[in-house]
Design a protein around this ligand. Structure first.
Ligand code: CA
Length: 443
């Protein structure tokens, strides 16, 4: 068993009931003190270069509501037993640390687990050191955790692909012939992946009004969400090299929540024949904490059975290749209470992360540390588990109704969407925090 996952462990840092971040989680992110980031007008400033000179700005982990600076822990010597390269946490992104590989990620989580367990006085009883290492989460702005090189979006939920195919094509042939044989995907845009809390403007583009084929230009009238997760590459490959399903998880650092905002009217007009382009690449929101696959190990479950045989390179050894992660989506129009509009689970995914990565690299496509691979919309079997407004409202036929009478088919300006996720068993709850952003009017 992974030492840091011991469900019996307790921390000397207080962990509120139902916290996403018990000592068994120890996710990784990048944070900076809010007071250092704001210019007084509520705008976030870039954290720039001189990170070592500020109190907190760089790689962090979290227990309960306490953010822990990895740079400070290393500087004071608490991580010396790990022989990490000097300055590995004096950076704006986690990439350098991730490059060190899975045995190092595991050793760091084990060491953090040791430093913060209830009966260990080494930091607990050193008030001066605590002041340098520990910060209240309310004082910390979470930033983009990794420098993303490339971003790929899969299309791996059978329920989602069936729903979309039923609405747009033919219920009898909802899945295209390739769907059961390979994890369909497209190359997305890394530059517009943003972190939770950063709002974005409604995109504009070409769209065709109903029953016309001549496009008009304007702000999208059909702004949608896509409930997804993403995994982050932790080990690079060389051009020409492929990753097997067996080795895939050595190449995966961890997972985040992911909202693939989508403009359906722009998408409908542009997507043939090469797939989504401007309908998707204006913004994608991730949660700031990367939960390691190690922390998710106790929540492994069997993936749905694939009744159509797959080619050998996509086959799995028997085992628990899926993860049981509860997912929720909340919609909050301005001046209205948030309403839960979807309850889904990552375990419904037809194609696993291992298969996605094996497929992505089978042609020799190289991957780099920090690359992000999103799952595709995660819809479950029932209408309350559908992961997009397109499916929840069934193309607008059944609007979402709020208790105060507000209705939504697609998102309006001022709407905030929050995705939450957590894995839970009788002993431990490992959460992801949230991926949250508000739709601002088109510029
Ligand atoms: Ca998507």
């Amino acid at each position: 068993m992974i030492k840091a996952n011991d469900p019996g462990l307790q921390s000397w840092i207080e962990v509120p009931a139902n916290s996403d971040f018990p000592i068994q989680n120890l996710p990784f992110g990048v944070g900076a003190l809010t007071s250092l980031l704001h210019n007084g007008q509520g705008e976030i400033l870039s954290i720039g270069g001189d990170l070592a000179e500020v109190d907190l700005g760089g790689p962090v982990t979290i227990i309960g509501n306490t953010v822990i600076s990895l740079e400070a822990l290393q500087a004071i010597g608490y991580l010396s037993s790990l022989n990490l390269p000097e300055g590995v946490f004096s950076t704006q992104y986690l990439n350098e640390f991730i490059e060190l590989g899975k045995p190092v990620w595991r050793a760091l989580r084990d060491r953090l687990s040791e430093i913060f367990r209830k009966d260990n006085p080494e930091l607990r009883d050193d008030k001066e050191a605590r002041k340098k290492c520990l910060f209240n989460v309310a004082d910390v702005q979470m930033l983009m955790p990794v420098k993303i090189g490339d971003y790929t979006d899969f299309y791996s939920s059978k329920e989602h692909a069936t729903n979309v195919g039923t609405m747009f094509r033919d219920p009898k042939n909802a899945l295209l012939p390739n769907w059961l044989h390979l994890p369909v995907a497209y190359h997305g845009r890394a530059s517009s992946v943003i972190v939770s809390g950063q709002n974005f403007h409604r995109p504009k583009g070409q769209m065709t009004p109903p029953n016309t084929e001549t496009p008009v230009f304007g702000p999208t009238k059909a702004l949608d969400i896509e409930l997804e997760t993403a995994f982050i590459i932790g080990k690079s490959t060389e051009l020409g090299q492929s990753v097997s399903t067996k080795d895939a998880e050595d190449h995966i650092f961890g997972m985040v929540l992911f909202n693939d905002w989508s403009a359906r009217d722009i998408q409908r007009w542009e997507y043939v024949p090469l797939g989504p382009f401007l309908a998707k690449n204006f913004a994608s929101t991730i949660s700031p904490w990367i939960v390691t696959l190690d922390a998710l190990e106790p929540f492994r479950v069997k993936a749905p059975e694939q009744q159509t045989p797959v080619l050998p390179y996509l086959q799995h050894a028997p085992g628990n290749t899926a993860v049981d992660i509860n997912l929720e989506v909340y919609l909050q129009p301005e001046n209205t209470d948030a309403l839960k509009i979807c309850t889904s689970n990552y375990k419904y995914m037809y194609w696993t992360m291992d298969q996605q990565l094996a497929h992505h690299t089978v042609n020799g496509c190289n991957i780099n540390v920090g690359d992000m691979m999103a799952s595709g919309t995660i819809s479950g079997p029932t209408p309350d588990s559908f992961g997009s407004l397109l499916e929840i409202t069934w193309g607008g036929a059944n609007p979402i109704k709020f208790p105060n009478g507000t209705e939504r088919k697609y998102l309006q300006d001022g709407d905030t969407v929050i995705i939450k996720g957590y894995a839970k068993n009788d002993n431990v709850r490992i959460g992801f925090g949230e991926a949250k952003a508000k739709v601002l009017p088109a510029l």
